[in-house]
Design a protein around this ligand. Structure first.
Ligand SMILES: [Zn+2]
Ligand SMILES: [Zn+2]
Length: 318
């Protein structure tokens, strides 16, 4: 069984609240059909963390993306499990369960003080991989399922974590999964804040302004070899964090951009070619109405202005 490692494993060092024990006062609010197919393994979670609560957090994370992931087809059903402590990072596996659920592993430590935030952060990242057709990358006979443009998908999945946790920190103030979870909104907010602060430090370290598209372009150009070869090494991860922080406003301003993620990795051979051809494959595979969004992302990642893309579709010519 192939497995897919990724880098949702960011752990800001801040003390947050631990869960209250008697909180199950209400049932989940209604969820879109695609999210009903989500289950959490009952056993193996740290002491004090109940699977029903893990599910509540995962559903809340799903809700952040509304129906954007359910077109052109529903997401496959998902089973959430705890990753083996100290061995496995958060990941989504290529192999399915015997009844065809996609397996997402969440990494939690015992006595963790940031349980809900960590689950939300890691799960959203892996959910985004599933939405990105990550299995299309698992090409038979190929030595590795990684390809040289995979950093693009990783950056987008990291953006999904930021997006969800920021959104949940807002919605939980009024509409937490349980009424007495409202206070955890502050812990989600802190988790986002620390992540953002840390990323700005990384940008400073690398000599660029964290919110300057030109600087980010330059950084990608300088570090393209590193992103291609080792996006999940310590430096690659920092760069992905910086890129994600810059992609976040795109999705905040146009949440429908999440629909375009459903068309990633569809081109016949995503493993071949550089990230320019990867991005243009994404553009071609995406319906016309979502292409302006894809172009925006591509412009940030490639410094290729739309008008020079060599495409004569309506969204490029307009
Ligand atoms: Zn990943
Ligand atoms: Zn075009």
């Amino acid at each position: 069984m192939g497995l897919f490692l990724c880098r949702a494993f960011q752990v800001p060092s801040i003390h947050l609240y631990f869960l209250a024990t008697d909180h199950r006062m209400t049932i989940f609010h209604s969820v879109p059909p695609s999210q009903e197919k989500l289950r959490v393994l009952a056993h193996g979670w740290p002491v004090g963390t109940e699977s029903i609560d893990v599910k509540a957090v995962c559903i809340s994370a799903c809700e952040c993306f509304g129906d954007y992931f359910s077109q052109p087809s529903e997401l496959e059903p998902i089973q959430v499990e705890r990753a083996s402590p100290f061995i496995e990072t958060p990941m989504v596996l290529y192999g399915r369960t015997s009844d065809d659920y996609c397996r997402v592993l969440i990494n939690l430590e015992e006595e963790d003080k940031r349980t809900w935030a960590k689950i939300a952060f890691q799960f959203s990242h892996e959910l985004c991989h599933i939405a990105s057709n990550f299995k299309a990358r698992n090409i038979e006979g190929q030595k590795s399922s990684w390809h040289q443009s995979q950093w693009v998908e990783e950056a987008i999945c990291h953006t999904a974590s930021l997006y969800a946790i920021q959104k949940m920190s807002e919605t939980w103030k009024e509409q937490a999964p349980y009424p007495n979870w409202g206070s955890y909104a502050a812990s989600l907010e802190s988790y986002f804040g620390v992540t953002e602060w840390q990323t700005k430090l990384y940008a400073e370290e690398m000599g660029c302004l964290s919110d300057s598209p030109q600087d980010i372009n330059g950084l990608i150009r300088r570090k393209l070899d590193l992103l291609t070869d080792n996006p999940c090494g310590p430096e690659g991860r920092k760069i992905l964090d910086i890129i994600a922080l810059n992609l976040l406003p795109f999705f905040n301003n146009s949440p429908e951009g999440w629909s375009s993620i459903r068309y990633l990795n569809l081109s016949s051979s995503p493993a071949l070619g550089d990230h320019l051809s990867f991005l243009s494959g994404w553009h071609e595979d995406t319906p016309e109405d979502l292409r302006p969004f894809v172009n925006k992302v591509s412009d940030l990642l490639t410094v290729t202005p739309t008008e020079n893309r060599g495409c004569d579709c309506l969204s490029c010519v307009d």
